[in-house]
Design a protein around this ligand. Structure first.
Ligand code: FEO
Length: 399
């Protein structure tokens, strides 16, 4: 049975949830699922804005047919060619062979790469081009690298709706609700929205800033992303977060302590440091075991605060693997503007700090605490003063 909902009188959400997928992009755990949003504009012409992932093909086609209500499909706007949104493109065209594909030059390079489809009707748009569908006019603006190079957003100037592609999206299925004002966003969505942004788009902060500037000129009443909730109120809180994340600015003055520990001795130092931080008044202290916490959650936390403590064992004369993977991911995502404190452990040849320092040197605008610690197997009584001094230094900015 179809399951659709109107966004405006003429725009219908025809997406679907996937609660079965274990790993989004085969890498990110999504314990709360994800939605693949697709939209149909019903005007004198009908316009499908993006398709969906093949996992929800059955629901998507029931929804599309129900929303079309016997009409044919005239246009398919491709805002983003990643397969979680374009997987059903060829299937849609088999059902509606006269539909015109609307995309930019880069879109069609990727269309050809995935599907061929050289002989279907194509409309190639440039920045600012428009498509009149009757009483609605869609304008197309490019948002390269948010999240792929071909990404564009579409703006319906009639209903003032921005179809924002991956931007402003989130992990997490829709629980019957569709609009941001139907949920407790801060409590139930913010962590997954941050984890989605920082891991999917986090590397491209400069491009996100460019897109935000471009979109600031538009009067927007609705934001329709490809994942998660549709926004129809309180845009400032959402835009504020995006602005912070894309400028790599912290949301909190807290301290995140991440340890990678083999037998628990490095963990012990991390726990004591966290206790000292709390005793010195730092309210937002979080401790994570890099071996047990998915790297995507650690990345989201690293974006959230400025002060990061990395405590790691040495292993095979290198940085212990869970920490090495985390620091490599931080480099891949161009993490910047952080203040690091480093703690290493090594029973006979500590090397973790040297390798962390080398790897972190690739990150821009980062500072390092003067005090660092080398543990030889287990923390000693005479090292508590150094740990306390480190806690005091972090606490100066960590309230
Ligand atoms: Fe949701 Fe970049 O695809």
């Amino acid at each position: 049975m179809y399951n659709i909902r109107n966004v405006t009188e003429d725009i219908v959400w025809i997406g679907a949830n996937d609660r079965r997928l274990a790993l989004f992009e085969n890498i990110f755990p999504i314990p709360e699922g994800v939605s693949y949003n697709s939209y149909l504009l019903k005007d004198e012409k009908t316009v499908l804005l993006d398709t969906a992932d093949s996992a929800v093909a059955g629901q998507f086609f029931e929804n599309l047919e129900a929303a079309l209500d016997g009409r044919t499909l005239d246009y398919i706007v491709i805002n983003h060619m990643e397969p979680d949104h374009c997987a059903l493109l060829a299937d849609v065209l088999r059902r509606y062979p006269d539909a015109v594909l609307v995309g930019n030059a880069k879109t069609f390079t990727i269309v050809s790469g995935f599907f061929g489809l050289e002989n279907v009707k194509r409309m190639t748009v440039k920045e600012g081009d428009s498509l009149v569908t009757g009483k609605h006019t869609l304008y197309f603006y490019f948002a390269p690298m948010v999240h792929w190079p071909e990404v564009m957003v579409s703006y319906d100037a009639t209903d003032k709706v921005l179809f924002s592609a991956d931007a402003f999206g989130s992990f997490k299925s829709l629980d019957g609700n569709l609009f941001n004002d139907e949920v407790n966003y801060e409590r139930d969505w913010m962590d997954e929205a941050r984890r989605y942004y920082t891991n999917i788009v986090g590397k491209y902060g400069v491009m996100v800033q460019t897109a935000l500037k471009k979109l600031s000129a538009l009067q927007i009443d609705y934001i329709c992303p490809l994942h998660g909730l549709v926004w129809r109120s309180d845009f400032s809180s959402l835009l504020e977060k995006y602005d912070k994340w894309s400028r790599y600015e912290e949301e909190s003055r807290g301290v995140v302590v991440i340890y990678a520990s083999i037998y628990g001795h490095t963990e012990n130092a991390a726990e004591i440091l966290a206790r000292m931080l709390s005793e010195k008044g730092v309210k937002d202290v979080r401790v994570y075991d890099a071996s047990r916490t998915h790297v995507s959650e650690l990345i989201a936390e690293i974006f959230r605060v400025k002060n990061i403590v990395l405590a790691s064992s040495t292993y095979n004369a290198e940085l212990y693997t869970p920490m090495k993977n985390l620091v490599a991911d931080m480099k891949s995502l161009a993490v910047q503007n952080k203040n690091f404190a480093l703690i290493e452990n090594g029973s006979w040849a500590p090397y973790a700090k040297t390798q962390m320092t080398e790897m972190l040197s690739a990150l821009k605008n980062c500072t390092y605490e003067d005090i660092s610690l080398t543990i030889r197997s287990a923390l000693k009584e005479d090292q508590l003063a150094s740990l306390d001094a480190l806690a005091a230094s972090l606490a100066k900015s960590g309230f």
